[in-house]
Design a protein around this ligand. Structure first.
Ligand code: CP
Ligand code: NVA
Length: 339
């Protein structure tokens, strides 16, 4: 005689979306005892080793897979993160605060220029006495470095004019999910050689991913960061290409990435930038020149009809909202490992 209880029947017909941790030791408890990055500043991809980058990606994947494991609320239990914003944000602000909440801590949002009321060093020395970490979105990279120099607690770069390391971590997590590997792939970046391009080229060159950038003349990445990437590439075996022709850059690409033509703080240059970047749109014609299974990426916010078309953004090759989702998981990894 079968004896199906109504509970069994219910759970079969309406499977819960909630992922339940296995009984006993949590599969992700190790994060609490992983000390490789404890206390370390995350000022840029430049200053993280390949091993440290891969550790963050591994922990990010574990945290995502075990999103509802109650152990997660232990990883930042009782800890507080200051979030300093000199520029607007949707993703960075929401995902850092959600990350702290989900890890059992909390976040405090502060808006305005850092170092206007008192020196950057004094801001750092105050926050250091009360809190456990600082996330800063600034104009100048030196503001992030100065906070890091004066605070003993970890300082995390939430975007500056030089780098956006948290974005790159989420991006490479997304690439790993879609391609199953990093080394040997080719990433083509179309657009401005600015903060996003910098973090991507530094990351790619460290993990043996070929990198090609197509930008208008005058909008190349800084010589210094390009040289640093070339050195990383020499060590990893990655190839690096800089061109002014988007079609050339995307040949054989597994990933085609673009960013806004007018970054925060560059609004006054809008007219000349729109003219300079007009041939650098990520559209279906350009994407078709990459590998057939290439993925399309953008860090967001997007300016639809400018650097990217609706067709690409909402098309089958787009992983753009996966990147946005992974901001949460990658940053949870950074917080759980550093604070
Ligand atoms: N990609 C990104 O950093 O988005 P926000 O500017 O909204 O934080
Ligand atoms: N390059 C862009 C990235 C936004 C997330 C900017 O700096 O505004």
């Amino acid at each position: 005689m079968t004896n199906h209880s109504s509970t069994q029947f219910k759970s079969k017909s309406m499977p819960s979306q909630r992922m339940v941790a296995p009984r006993g030791r949590s599969p992700i408890t190790y994060i609490m005892y992983e000390d490789a990055l404890r206390g370390k500043d995350i000022t840029g991809i430049e200053h993280l080793s390949k091993e440290e980058l891969m550790l963050i990606l591994k922990v990010a994947a574990d945290l995502k897979l075990n999103k509802f494991d109650e152990t997660q609320t232990q990883f930042a239990k009782g800890q507080t993160l200051a979030m300093l914003f000199e520029k607007p944000s949707l993703r960075t602000r929401v995902t850092f605060e959600a990350a702290m909440t989900q890890l059992g801590g909390n976040a405090i949002y502060l808006e305005g220029p850092v170092g206007a009321r008192e020196t950057v060093g004094d801001v750092a020395k105050n926050l250091d006495r009360w809190l456990d970490g600082i996330m800063a979105r600034t104009f100048e990279h030196k503001t992030v470095l100065e906070l890091a120099a004066y605070a003993n607690i970890p300082v995390i770069n939430g975007l500056c004019n030089r780098e956006h390391p948290c974005q790159a971590l989420a991006d490479f997590q997304t690439i790993m999910e879609n391609k199953g590997e990093l080394a040997g792939l080719k990433l083509a970046y179309i657009g401005d050689g600015f903060n996003i391009a910098n973090s991507l080229m530094l990351f790619a060159s460290k993990v043996a991913m070929d990198f090609s950038i197509a930008c208008p003349p005058g909008y190349e990445p800084s010589q210094e960061i390009w040289q640093t990437s070339l050195e990383f590439a020499k060590e990893s075996g990655a190839t690096m290409q800089l061109t002014h022709d988007p079609a050339e850059a995307v040949i054989g690409a597994d990933i085609v990435y673009t960013d806004t033509w007018i970054s925060m703080g560059q609004e006054k240059e809008s007219q000349e930038r729109l003219a300079a970047f007009s041939g650098f749109q990520l559209n279906s014609q350009l994407l078709a020149k990459a590998k057939p299974d290439a993925i399309a990426m953008h860090d967001l916010p997007a300016h639809r009809g400018y650097e990217i078309t609706d067709e690409v953004m909402d098309g089958p090759q787009s992983v753009i909202f996966d990147q946005a989702e992974n901001r949460l998981h990658a940053q949870k990894a950074v917080i759980a490992l550093t604070l």
